[in-house]
Design a binder for this molecule. Structure first.
Ligand code: SF4
Ligand code: F3S
Ligand code: FES
Length: 259
C-alpha cells in the first residue's frame, strides 16, 4: 500500500486522489519544565502543535524545541529505540519517546511528558543518570574468566547455554525499569532491576567465571532481596525483557548456588 504524503495538496492546490485531505491534528503537549536557574519548583507548560498522529512523541518534542522554545531540554540520540537515551514518563507511564506514536496515547487529551522518577532532575526532562550507571558498573557487566592468558580461539557455547541469558542481552540501559520501581523511588539505594538484568546476563553465561562474585554483590542489603515482585519493571521495559523473571532467577541462584 502506498504511504500517504504529508503535503495536503498537489501543485494545483487539490488534494491528491486517494489521499486523506489532511493527516494533521492539533495536540496539547503538557511538559514538566524545571530550570534551577529560574525557579526551585518544576512547573507544567502547555504547547499546542499541529502534528500527524503517526508521528512520535519525540517528533513532537523536536517541533517544540526547533519551532517554539529552544530551551526545552531532553536527551535523545538514535531516534529508533536502540540507544536508550529518551526514556520519560508519557501520560504517567515510562516509555521511549522515539517508540511512542501520538495516535496510541489518546491525543484528544493533553499528552503529559515528564522526567523518569527516582533520579535527580537536572533540567526539564534530563535526569542525573550517574547513580543508575554506578549500580550497573557495580555488578561487573563484562565477561570474567580465571584464565588470564589471551584466548587463541573463540569460547564455545551450546545453543542451549546461549539461550539461558538471551532475554537479558537485549537491555539498552534506558532506565525505564529502575525508574518505575517503587523500591527504587523510596531511597534510590536499591541496585534496581536494570543492574540485576545486566548481572543476570553474565551470571547465566556458561563462559563466565565470576557468577559467585556477582551473586554476593547482589546479596547485599540493597540487592535482589529488596525486590517486592511488583512487576512495574517488566511492564515498563521497551525491549520486552521479562525483568521480574530475571530477578527471580537471580534470587533462586542465590539460594541454590546453581546457575
Ligand atoms: Fe531499559 Fe528494559 Fe534494560 Fe530496564 S531492562 S534498562 S527497561 S531495556
Ligand atoms: Fe521493583 Fe520490578 Fe521488583 S518493579 S519491586 S524490581 S519486580
Ligand atoms: Fe535512542 Fe529513543 S532516541 S532509544
Amino acid at each position: 500500500m502506498a504511504t500517504p504524503v504529508l503535503d495536503k495538496a498537489d501543485a494545483a492546490g487539490e488534494p491528491e486522489p486517494g489521499f486523506a485531505d489532511s493527516p494533521y491534528i492539533t495536540v496539547t503537549m503538557r511538559v514538566r519544565r524545571f530550570n534551577s536557574e529560574v525557579s526551585a519548583e518544576a512547573v507544567w507548560e502547555d504547547f499546542q502543535l499541529e502534528i500527524d498522529p503517526k508521528e512520535r512523541v519525540l517528533d513532537a518534542l523536536h517541533k517544540i524545541k526547533w519551532d517554539i522554545d529552544g530551551t526545552l531540554t531532553f536527551r535523545r540520540s538514535c531516534a529508533h529505540g536502540i540507544c536508550g537515551s529518551d526514556a520519560m514518563r508519557i501520560n504517567g507511564k515510562n516509555r521511549l519517546a522515539c517508540k511512542t506514536l501520538i495516535k496510541d496515547i489518546n491525543p484528544e487529551k493533553p499528552i503529559t511528558v515528564e522526567p523518569i522518577k527516582g533520579l535527580t532532575v537536572l533540567k526539564d526532562l534530563v535526569v542525573d543518570m550517574d547513580p543508575f550507571f554506578q549500580a550497573y558498573r557495580d555488578v561487573m557487566p563484562f565477561l570474567i574468566t580465571k584464565d588470564t592468558n589471551e584466548p587463541t580461539r573463540e569460547r564455545f557455547q551450546t545453543a542451549e547455554d546461549r539461550e539461558r541469558f538471551d532475554d537479558t542481552t537485549k537491555c539498552i540501559l534506558c532506565a525505564a525499569c529502575t525508574s518505575s520501581c517503587p523500591v527504587f523511588w523510596n531511597d534510590g539505594q536499591y541496585f534496581g532491576p536494570a543492574a540485576i538484568v545486566n548481572a543476570h546476563r553474565f551470571i547465566f553465561d556458561s563462559r563466565d567465571e565470576a557468577g559467585e562474585q556477582r551473586l554476593e554483590i547482589l546479596n547485599d542489603r540493597d540487592g535482589v532481596w529488596r525486590c517486592r515482585t511488583t512487576f512495574n519493571c517488566t511492564d515498563a521495559c521497551p525491549r520486552g525483557i521479562e525483568v521480574t523473571k530475571a530477578i527471580q532467577e537471580v534470587k533462586r541462584a542465590l539460594i541454590t548456588r546453581r546457575f
